[in-house]
Design a binder for this molecule. Sequence first.
Ligand SMILES: CC(C)(COP(=O)(O)OP(=O)(O)OC[C@H]1O[C@@H](n2cnc3c(N)ncnc32)[C@H](O[C@H]2O[C@H](COP(=O)(O)OP(=O)(O)OP(=O)(O)O)[C@@H](O)[C@H]2O)[C@@H]1O)[C@@H](O)C(=O)NCCC(=O)NCCS
Ligand SMILES: Nc1ncnc2[nH]cnc12
Length: 284
Amino acid sequence: MTGYDVTNSAAVIAVSPPLIANLARQAMIDEVNLTPKPGLVDRDNSGAHRDMDLALFMCSIDAITPWFSQFYQLGYEHAWRPAAEVLTIIRPAGIACEQAMFSATGGVNTHKGGIFSLGILCVAAGRLSALENALTQRSLCRQVSEITQGLVARELMMRRHASTAGERLYQRWGLTGARGEVESGFRIIRQSVLPFWQRHQPDDRCLHDALLRLMAVNPDTNLAARGGLQGLRFVQRYAQNLLLKGWNRASLEQMDRALIARNLSPGGSADLLAVAQVLSALVY
Ligand SMILES: CC(C)(COP(=O)(O)OP(=O)(O)OC[C@H]1O[C@@H](n2cnc3c(N)ncnc32)[C@H](O[C@H]2O[C@H](COP(=O)(O)OP(=O)(O)OP(=O)(O)O)[C@@H](O)[C@H]2O)[C@@H]1O)[C@@H](O)C(=O)NCCC(=O)NCCS
Ligand SMILES: Nc1ncnc2[nH]cnc12
């Protein structure tokens, strides 16, 4: 691992990956393999992307997921610190993980948001474990929110010059993107997805339903970056309509064609689907 060498950290213990790291890896694999997935990379096509495919996503996942154990370990080691100090401590590892992703993908941004959301989740799990708190949906999301409190104000509200898509979209339309979702403790997942998680359904139908529920409400900065607020609303309304009327594989394939034709990719909702799958494995 270049850039951020964790092997010299005395605190790093050679242990099997913690449960949360394994859950996060499996969730990333299940997300990209879910098919069809409107506008997104899946087993059938690359959605609204010309620079990535399923194989590239698997390379990205292999590069990223070893870091999840490091994130967990960092949360564990620094559990004695106030939550407000943790993000500064873990950011270098997060950025190093992004670099590992870019090295594996030849510079293509496959999982920048996924690294942030799932990475913070792993840090929070390590922190809870060190404090001997039970790992539940509520305790984990509360811990995620505590670690990132003030992130939107610090990094979006007070920033004068935008350097990323997310920062530009905040200045233009007030969209808080991944930062807002994480700082809320994954509110959209807690309120719009987990209460409806259909465990008794076949896996694909459960994940498709969850993805539509995310698309229906998530202010996804990827959609806004590609299609403006009109593009974001188009996808939200389309998903709301399918949830209202009922959907099947054919209607998802039709939505896929509609989003591809408009160059719309709900990448943020794809990341949140992986987060939702991890949380669904925990008790409430
Ligand atoms: C905190 C950062 C990650 C913020 O980055 P940024 O300033 O860019 O802000 P956002 O746009 O808000 O977020 C970046 C990615 O997060 C995903 N996302 C978007 N909206 C949401 C949402 N509402 N909730 C959750 N997540 C959201 C999305 O990521 C996915 O889409 C990307 C692929 O799609 P694509 O359209 O191809 O994207 P591009 O390549 O950029 O466009 P094209 O050029 O192809 O047209 C992919 O990243 C998916 O994951 C957003 O893109 C960052 O600043 C940061 O701090 N990073 C350091 C890491 C860190 O701190 N880690 C700590 C934890 S260990
Ligand atoms: N399957 C997918 N396609 C495009 N962007 C994504 N970001 C996360 N998962 C994705």
